[in-house]
Design a protein around this ligand. Structure first.
Ligand code: ADP
Ligand code: MG
Length: 384
């Protein structure tokens, strides 16, 4: 949304004041490769993307925080002198309220302010609009308090919001990527130890295309829990012969020889393969071998679809259609699966053609409209 329009909206919602307006931005994120291995001791490779959430903010003279969003109805009002607790009626407002709740617990001063959020991210599509909103809120209020922001601590606080305030048992990847992102760089991250390094995401004449199934991720929650249990089972079986902490430490021969349940065996196979693909993809990026990098994306999708069984018809249609296009180097679903988004690496000159082609195939196959986003790899949360 353009800045003047946003300011007009802000002024229409809140009482005028002499305090100056400030703007903050937090990106969304997409995981390039490495899905369903963050909880298995594997590496992930997310990037912060140019789609994101913007906050327009003005300090107040009292201890009240008011928050609205152009994306949804309802003004949220928080009295900073009182306990900030989860409130079902506050809906979306619980995300920023949770951040204020945990910030308060750190003894950081929080100042009263009026806030309007707006977003270019599709909400609930797997591009982490929630982490973007959380990290943005934290960064905004820390900056208003004149604090130097420790980005890693901010990511951890926001993960705690999602886990303990909202009640979603996610890992650290989303909040990490939104807080720590760097322009033109992917993050090669171990979600259990928080060891990480930046890897140049230089794709030359190729461009990251996000393809959104635009379909609800209904099964995502229950199937996710199921997979986690199967991974624990696999670790248990292998542990009876050799101590391992995480499934990623298993070898293919251990998986074949020790695990009898064929489903559990497939899940474990995906985890170990996927972790290898992440390492390979990182190396190919560093070597600038985009063709080989694209092959890692393809292989990862097949592993997620066939062995881990977390893809779905809609995601497969998008990925298959993109891959059948000569100017596409590789494509895969990304995130937890069962809907949400897929990514493709496509030639810059062919983006429009691919969108039309894949969009047409998708509509014919599903009677739904896919959404496409071309985005750049950008810096993490910052003031603008
Ligand atoms: P994802 O993070 O993949 O987009 P989630 O289900 O985790 O999906 O989070 C989506 C929720 O986050 C929305 O239902 C809403 O409550 C909240 N949210 C995210 N961005 C905004 C925004 N800009 N304005 C209001 N609420 C938002
Ligand atoms: Mg989310």
């Amino acid at each position: 949304m353009n800045k003047d329009l946003l300011v007009n909206k802000f002024e229409a919602i809140y009482v005028a004041s002499q305090e100056k307006l400030r703007f903050f931005f937090a990106p969304g994120r997409v995981n390039i490769i490495g899905d369903h291995i963050d909880y298995n001791g594997g590496k992930v490779l997310p990037v912060a993307i140019s789609l994101g959430t913007t906050a327009i903010v003005r300090l107040r003279k009292d201890n009240i925080v008011q928050m609205s969003s152009t994306e949804t109805k309802g003004k949220v009002r928080v009295d900073l002198d009182k306990e900030i607790a989860y409130d079902k009626r506050a809906g979306w407002g619980n995300y920023p309220m949770g951040v204020l709740h945990f910030l308060k617990a750190t003894d950081m001063p929080i100042f009263g302010a009026d806030v309007l959020f707006t977003s270019t991210l599709p909400i609930g599509a797997g591009l982490s609009s929630s982490a973007s909103l959380e990290v943005l809120t934290g960064f905004t209020f820390m900056t208003l308090a004149g604090k130097e922001v420790d980005r890693l601590a901010l990511a951890m606080l926001c993960q705690q919001v999602e886990n303990d305030f909202i009640g979603v048992q996610c890992g650290i990847m989303d909040q990490f990527a939104v807080a720590m992102g760097k322009k033109g760089q992917a993050m090669f991250l171990d979600c259990s130890t928080l060891d990480f390094e930046y890897v140049p995401f230089q794709t030359g004449d190729y461009q990251l295309l996000i393809m959104d199934t635009n379909s609800p991720r209904e099964l995502a929650g229950s199937e996710y829990n199921d997979r986690r249990l199967q991974c624990l089972e696999a670790v248990g079986v292998i542990n009876s012969k050799r101590p391992i902490e995480y499934l990623c430490q298993a070898t293919f021969s251990e998986i074949e020889e020790l695990i009898e349940d064929s489903n559990v065996q497939s899940r474990a196979r995906h985890v170990v393969w996927e972790n290898q693909y992440v390492h390979e993809a990182k190396e190919e990026l560093e070597d600038g071998d985009l063709k080989a990098f694209g092959e890692c994306l393809d292989a990862s999708h097949l592993s997620l679809a066939n062995d881990y069984e977390v893809s779905c018809y809609e995601l497969d249609v998008l990925v298959d259609a993109a891959r059948s296009f000569p100017d596409c180097l590789g494509a895969r679903m990304t995130g937890a699966g069962f809907g949400g988004c897929a990514i493709a690496l496509v030639h810059k000159d062919a983006v429009e053609k691919i969108k039309t082609y894949v969009g047409g195939r998708y509509e014919a196959a599903t009677k739904m409209e896919a959404r496409f986003y071309v985005c750049d790899v950008v810096d993490g949360v910052h003031e603008v």
